[in-house]
Write a protein that binds this ligand. Structure first.
Ligand SMILES: [Fe+2]
Ligand SMILES: [Fe+2]
Length: 290
């Protein structure tokens, strides 16, 4: 897998995107950012990078695009790997745009899962923290960043004003397609999210990879952790059923661990591995289809 080292910039949006999320949804437990600090961010190129990223994302994530990607990836015929091979594969995606916190993907996964473990949550929740971003290996299959990371949202019905940079949906052909541009679009009221196609990215992909192995709340967390328009803004409650509502309590519980646990202290990967090997073996088969 050495040849993939030169793909290290594939996920260069990652830190900018996460900082943008923290700007939109600040940690309630942290002191409010100084105006000066905030202005530095707003004035920086990073805002332009995130805007450009969402412009592409909102332009190209159409209903037909999602159907095409599902057809291409959900057969799970790209690779068979153990979870450890997948983690190692994902780790070839190192984002070197942030010299202050130079964490690789495994370290983000471990910081998330260790914070969940420290709070005494069930073991499947810890494992979910450890796995939740493995779907980003889509980047290594050559997918563009806007089809891997970023906020996710339903396609096939009207795009909500509560999605980040909603103005860019003017560029999406589904916006002028009468089949897709109404409140319910191709769906029915409270039909349940399982029937709703989400914009394509690492969340939906990993859900399909893991769906036979993990308990239902874990699968909800994996599938909807980037669906900020719902778990933060409640913009699509009209498509959800009772079970979705219940399960989203777990998605909400998970979010702070994903967003606010990044710290410059690197977890001791070698020391933690025995615990995670045993945990993964409890729920997952030796080889998994990706
Ligand atoms: Fe993610
Ligand atoms: Fe994450």
């Amino acid at each position: 897998m050495k040849d993939l080292k030169n793909h290290k910039n594939l996920l260069s949006i990652e830190d900018d995107w996460e900082d943008d999320l923290k700007r939109r949804y600040p940690n309630p437990d942290e002191p409010v950012k100084e105006k000066e600090e905030f202005r530095n961010y707003v004035d920086s190129d990073r805002v332009a990078i995130v805007r450009e990223f969402y412009k592409e994302n909102h332009t190209y994530q159409t209903y037909d695009f999602v159907c095409k990607k599902e057809e291409e990836f959900l057969k799970l015929q790209k690779r068979e790997m153990s979870v450890w091979e997948a983690v190692e594969f994902l780790n070839t995606l190192v984002d070197d745009s942030d010299p202050d916190i130079d964490l690789d993907q495994t370290q983000h996964l471990l910081q998330t899962s260790e914070a969940i473990r420290a709070d005494g949550h069930p073991d499947w929740f810890v494992l979910t923290g450890f796995l939740h971003d493995l779907g980003k290996i889509l980047c290594l299959f050559g997918e563009p960043q806007w089809a891997v990371v970023g906020d996710t949202y339903p396609v096939g019905c009207a795009f909500s004003e509560n999605i980040v940079y909603p103005e860019f949906f003017q560029l999406n052909p589904d916006t002028t397609n009468d089949k897709f541009n109404t409140k319910y679009g191709v769906y029915e009221a409270n039909c349940g999210l399982d029937k709703v196609k989400m914009s394509w990215g690492h969340d939906e992909y990993l859900y399909h990879v893991m769906k036979d192995y993990l308990p239902e709340p874990a699968l909800y967390i994996i599938r909807y952790h980037s669906f900020y328009a719902q778990h933060k803004e409640n913009a699509y409650t009209h498509l959800m059923n009772q079970k979705d509502q219940e399960m989203f309590e777990w998605v909400k519980k998970f979010n702070p661990y994903d967003l606010y646990t990044k710290a410059p202290v690197k977890p001791d990967v070698a020391a933690l591995m025995p615990y995670y090997k045993e945990l993964a073996a409890k729920y997952l088969p030796e080889k998994i289809k990706f």
